[in-house]
Design a protein around this ligand. Structure first.
Ligand code: EPU
Length: 430
């Protein structure tokens, strides 16, 4: 078993480089399936979710060539409309983008239900409703989502989304790109990765307007041709390092970011006592004074991102005073709270609200990451805590953070990877 061991209490100082955005990459790579010809995609993060998506593409017959550490060439000329392998699809949320991509390219798709972090129910009814509005018959039966366009090709239509959904917006953009006629998505999500997906598809010949607003118009085209595209930097990875410096104190230059995408995070961390300077493609974060309480409500973009809620909670655990967190996106995103309590945090949860009473100091403990961002938050707590923290279940963290141990070590964190005997196997053998 692989774990992270952190000796906390050291301020972070230096510079760190942010990788490409996970939630953009996991949509853009399946969307490459729509392209006739080779597309070169740059600034791809090296994380396990991306590896899984590339494996699915290869299973479907794509020729995937690594150009360098962050660039791949993908040629989908010989792609087959085979089923997406169950074992791969269930490991990640983003496997649902293969429904839109296969349906768009072949007029039919068979994809197992997606996996991903457990935040309570994660329905995909808005994806299904949107595809049905474009003329697909969709059934979920026998552990498979089967979708078939009635006349072999999706038909553009106006889709009104009942709630703002990042995944459904992206899936419907992908599906509508090669549809017959024009699709309008009303009440669309506005996250930066939605704009990135639209920019990628437009650079290959699609006609998508309005991405980044709540009405997106997609004029279907017959073909996409190859090209080169570079993925945007990861807003949440950047925010995680910003929160880490806020928690530990210190002074770090966070490079390769789009400061505009970080504004809601920057504003909150400044309220808490961080000093943040926005540069062209970097932010400099420092804290030398006290850490103050604040209230945070998560909302779709441009609101405060739910994917930063656990990391900011880690900071608030050691802030002066009582803070209130309101989770506005997911039903159950406080599963990490018991792990924080092991480190001495005072948190009460009631439904979507968590009340955090700041303590002067957290203390190191043995804890487990229950999901990706919860794992990142435990790292932040461990870096700020007195003593040693051992974090298990780190595979959740490696799904979305490239090289986190090396990056944190580079800014002065005492964090290392340890491999311990597998206790379960040891118990069976013993
Ligand atoms: N929802 C529905 N029906 C749907 C779709 C969504 O009821 O068909 C509800 C969800 O239950 C939730 C809300 O709508 O309450 C928003 O869900 P959304 O569809 O926006 O989430 P998602 O697309 O499944 C993506 C990210 C998540 C991030 C959310 C919100 C990917 C692969 N995942 O999930 O990222 O939390 O958007 O921003 O892009 C992470 O990176 O750690 C992560 C969990």
């Amino acid at each position: 078993m692989t774990k992270y061991v952190i000796h906390g209490g050291k301020p972070l100082c230096g510079a760190v480089e942010i990788s490409g955005a996970k939630n953009a990459a996991v949509a853009i790579l399946p969307a490459a399936l729509l392209v006739d010809g080779v597309c070169r995609i740059e600034n791809i993060p090296q994380i396990s979710d991306v590896t899984l998506i590339l494996n699915i593409l290869q299973e479907l017959g794509a020729d995937v060539r690594t150009v360098n550490r962050t660039t791949v060439d993908i040629d989908c000329s010989h792609i087959r409309n085979a089923g997406v392998p169950d074992a791969l699809a269930r490991k990640i949320r983003a496997s649902y983008y293969f429904i839109g991509a296969l349906l768009g390219r072949f007029g039919s798709a068979e994809v197992p239900p997606p996996g991903g972090c457990d935040f309570g129910g994660r329905p995909i009814d808005q994806h299904i409703k949107g595809l049905a509005t474009m003329g697909a018959e969709v059934e979920v039966k026998g552990g498979l989502i089967r979708a078939k366009a009635k006349d072999g090709r999706l038909q553009g239509n106006t889709i009104y989304m009942d709630m703002v959904s990042v995944g459904a917006t992206m899936n419907l953009i992908i599906a509508a790109t090669l549809a017959q006629g024009t699709t309008v998505i009303e009440n669309a999500a506005k996250e930066p990765h939605i704009v990135d997906l639209a920019n990628f598809l437009n650079s290959m010949g699609a006609s998508i307007m309005g991405a980044g607003t709540d009405v997106i118009k997609i004029k279907g085209v017959d073909h996409l041709l190859g090209g080169i595209y570079s993925i945007i930097p990861d807003q949440i990875e950047a925010g995680t390092y910003m929160a880490a410096v806020t928690a530990t104190g210190g002074d770090v230059l966070i490079k390769n970011v789009i400061p505009k995408h970080l504004e809601c995070i920057t504003a909150k961390l400044m309220e808490m006592g961080a000093e943040i300077q926005e540069l062209d493609d970097a932010v400099r974060v420092s804290r030398s004074g006290e850490l103050y309480r604040t209230n945070v409500k998560t909302l779709p973009y441009p609101g405060f991102p739910t994917d930063m809620q656990p990391q900011v909670a880690a900071c608030l655990c050691i802030a002066q005073g009582t803070s209130v967190l309101t989770e506005g996106v997911w039903d159950n995103r406080y599963r990490y709270v018991d792990e924080f309590r092991r480190m001495g945090a005072h948190i009460q949860v009631d439904g979507k609200i968590a009340v955090i009473e700041g303590v002067p100091q957290l203390t190191g403990a043995t804890v487990e990451a229950c999901d990706l961002r919860a794992g990142a938050a435990l790292i932040i707590a461990g870096l700020a805590a007195q003593g040693s923290t051992v974090i298990g279940q780190i595979q959740h963290i490696e799904r979305g953070y490239e090289d986190i141990v090396r990056k944190l070590s580079g800014i002065g964190a005492d964090i290392r990877v340890v491999v311990t005997p597998d206790e379960d196997k040891a118990a069976q053998v013993g």
